[in-house]
Write a protein that binds this ligand. Sequence first.
Ligand code: ACM
Length: 269
Amino acid sequence: MRIGFLQLRVRFGEVKANVRRAVSLLSNVCDATIVLPELFNTGYLFKNLKELDSLAEPVQRGYTTDQLRKVAQKRNLNIVFGMAEKHGRACYNSAVCVTSKGKIDVYRKIHLFDREKLFFAPGQSLKVTAAPGARLGMMICFDWIMPEVARVLALKGAQILVHPANLVLPWGQDAMRTRCIENRVFGVTANRIGTERRGTLNLTFTGGSQIVGPTGEILVSAGDRSDSLKVVEIDVAQADDKHVTTANDIFADRFPAVYKPLTLRDPRR
Ligand code: ACM
């Protein structure tokens, strides 16, 4: 199967322009699973809740989902993208998967980064979605810092970690290589480039989008200067073999009974 990323420069608040640009670039590709950045339609640095509320959309029947669902069906794509989701009175930092068959699935970011905590409600569950061709484990940006996320997704059967991102710290890409090695899965990180300035706030996104194989090899990556659409062919069944040596299967070798602290909020107490 073919998997890829669309690395983008995003203009804050210009939802229609951001979506149009993504749709136009996606019209150059077909028959693939493509990941877009976190919050790719709105931008990242919201000034206040009112501003977020005015830009967030429902996933079902929202403008962004509708546009991407159309291109997914037309080009035989599965597309995973990040957006600000409005659900009742809450907003979530969500990853949406629209498949070539029209199915829609959503993951709401659990581990919110820095100022995101002022705006978004955290998600409550991890999601592996069955898309045509592969089982996709959905995670968003700073979720990389919790190894439990990728591990749980892999244990739930994910073959590919799909990772919309707005990475600003220098470690995310390297950490994702480790997440792939320790779970023997593929990983697709789609990051932004450019600097977003909002009054006294500014952030520079690190680019470096990448596709990683189950032994941590970088199959393809992007720089930090330009929009980039890259696709590679993979044998996704490689992610089903958890052997590191003939004697070591990383899932069979686990001792869950000794990992109990992982399930406690503060095991030091
Ligand atoms: C991040 O989680 N957007 C850094």
